[in-house]
Ligand binder design. Structure first.
Ligand code: BES
Ligand code: ZN
Ligand code: ZN
Length: 510
């Protein structure tokens, strides 16, 4: 759908949407419009056959020869005093459906009536943005349909505060378009989104924004750095070599500030390796790169908004394939930080990629806080399905901030446990660590405990296991983009509390 802020012109309009509040008279512009139609809307309301309850809608057909428009949709916005951003965003989903059901292309909403009399500053911008997030479709590979997510429909509204509405809509769209981009990446088939193609897409998309630098570490670079974990997973990918993409964004104008660090799992396809996944559960594994999509989507959003923040991201992009070169269960590998790991299961590959990415970001950038996103475990899906993202953190204060941002962005998290029992369970028999561990069950916590072994002592860190929330019916959700954007807005832009509590190595207290 296309969106526009414009005055009503009957000659260019097929359908007019009239907002109606519960227990209120028709507002000024709707009343004027109704007078031109001979009062048909008011008659309907007088008969109490339309009350303006939230989401209630009715279509009135008029003679297009006489009135210039074909249909009028009365749309209920509920109680005027209770209207908030959350309600508008929920109402948008239904309104979107109602508009599409008309099959018409040019829709005008009487916007000035929706602007007045409540606390929401830019209600039409919120409404438009929510519709655009809701209209997302991935039709790229369907020869009969376009993937512009617009379908040739234009929704326009007249507003009094035009410049404010336009500016606010642009800000909201920076986030929504970034979430939709993350969904696009998650929905791409793995033969198209190979690690190399993915790296190119990240680079070309992000380099359009100011203050962004992108670099790609290829296999030779990874070898030089000793990234034994990511390279072990990559070993079976003889056709599509892996890489790490590093993105720096600095919107602060200062080089001194330590950055927020983001890390993402980008397994573009997870066969399980020699611990091959059963057929049914393998098909969904094209979305095993959604953690990296959350992270690069958030970087896009932060950069597109021009956020006053310094953020660095590292995403590990690899395939987990079966091949004569592939790694085996019981192999022992050496990670970038020097720790050795015995492979209990080649399907527990994500933690190996993430661990090296975590080491790299800490060594290179000394971030104030590190947040990692990954479709890490089936156990997480069993525990929370798609209702909450499981969040593991070594820092109560950080968890509080994540929880708050999760609620505000509509992407809630549930704190899951770390602890000694899980840490012990991932100790190796012949190596320092095992990538599966000895514990029966608690797979999401043992995976998190494995990652914790790669986080510097005292550094605030959180791990988001999005295995359950990253897709819905096989389609990527783009979870994490809004959440991270909100986290940056709340904690870094303006207040900078994370930066003030900058991490210092143990023993170097100031
Ligand atoms: N990518 C999977 C986790 C996953 C499962 C994501 C289902 C989304 C939906 C991960 O690499 C994996 O296979 N983990 C194993 C680990 C086990 C072998 C210790 C798992 O959870 O079964
Ligand atoms: Zn796996
Ligand atoms: Zn995986």
């Amino acid at each position: 759908m296309n969106f526009d802020f414009k005055y009503f012109n009957p000659d260019e309009t097929d359908v007019v949407v009239v907002p109606v509040f519960e227990d209120e008279k028709l507002d000024r512009f709707a009343a004027e419009f109704d007078a031109e139609l001979g009062g048909i809307i008011q008659k309907r309301m007088d008969k109490k056959s339309f009350e303006g309850k939230a989401g209630e809608h009715a279509t009135l057909s008029v003679d297009s020869e006489v009135y210039g428009v074909k249909d009028i949709i009365l749309y209920g916005f509920g109680n005027k005093n209770e209207l908030d951003v959350d309600k508008i965003r929920k109402l948008a989903i239904n309104l979107d459906r109602t508009i599409k059901a008309t099959g018409e292309k040019n829709i005008h909403l009487i916007g000035r009536d929706l602007e007045a009399g409540h606390d929401v500053r830019y209600p039409i911008a919120e409404l438009f943005d929510a519709i655009s997030a809701n209209s997302y479709k991935f039709n790229k590979y369907k020869s009969s349909e376009s993937n512009d997510n617009e379908g040739g429909v234009t929704l326009q509204a007249d507003v009094d505060s035009g410049p404010g509405h336009v500016a606010h809509f642009e800000k909201l769209q920076a986030v929504t378009q970034s979430q939709n981009w993350a969904r696009d990446l998650g929905n791409e088939p793995p033969n198209h989104l190979t690690p190399a193609n993915y790296a190119k897409r990240i680079t070309s998309e992000l380099q359009q924004f100011d203050n962004v630098k992108v670099k790609t570490l290829d296999v030779a670079d990874m070898e030089a750095l000793g990234m034994g974990g990511a390279l072990a997973v990559n070993q079976g990918s003889t056709k599509n070599p892996g890489c790490m993409v590093v993105i720096e964004y600095n919107g602060t104008g200062s080089d001194e500030t330590p950055p927020l660090g983001l890390v993402g799992k980008g397994v573009t396809f997870d066969t399980g390796g020699y611990n091959l996944k059963p057929g049914g559960s393998m098909a969904d594994m094209k979305t095993d790169m959604c953690g990296s999509a959350s992270v690069v989507g958030a970087m896009r959003s932060i950069a597109a908004r021009g956020a006053h923040a310094k953020v660095v991201a590292v995403v590990g992009l690899v395939e987990n394939m079966v091949d004569g070169n592939a790694f085996r269960p019981s192999d022992v590998i050496t990670m970038m930080n020097g720790k050795t790991v015995e492979i209990g299961n080649t399907d527990a590959e994500g933690r190996l990629v993430l661990a090296d990415a975590l080491t790299y970001i800490q060594q290179e950038y000394n971030p104030s806080t590190v947040l990692d996103f990954a479709t890490l475990t089936g156990a997480m899906v069993m525990a929370l399905a798609d209702t909450y993202t499981g969040v593991f953190s070594n820092d109560d204060d950080l968890w509080g901030k994540i929880d708050k941002a999760g609620h505000e962005s509509g992407e809630p998290g549930w704190r899951m446990p770390l602890g000694e029992a899980f840490t012990k369970a991932v100790q190796g028999s012949v190596a320092d660590l095992s990538n599966t561990g000895k514990m029966k069950g608690a797979g999401a916590s043992t995976a998190a405990a494995f990652l914790e072994a790669f986080v510097d002592e005292g550094r605030p860190w959180a791990h988001f296991d999005i295995a359950g929330t990253s897709s819905n019916g096989g389609a990527a959700t783009g979870v994490g983009v809004r959440w991270l954007d909100e986290f940056v807005k709340d904690n870094i832009e303006g207040a900078l509390p994370l930066h003030r509590n900058c991490w210092t190595p143990p023993g170097n207290d100031i």
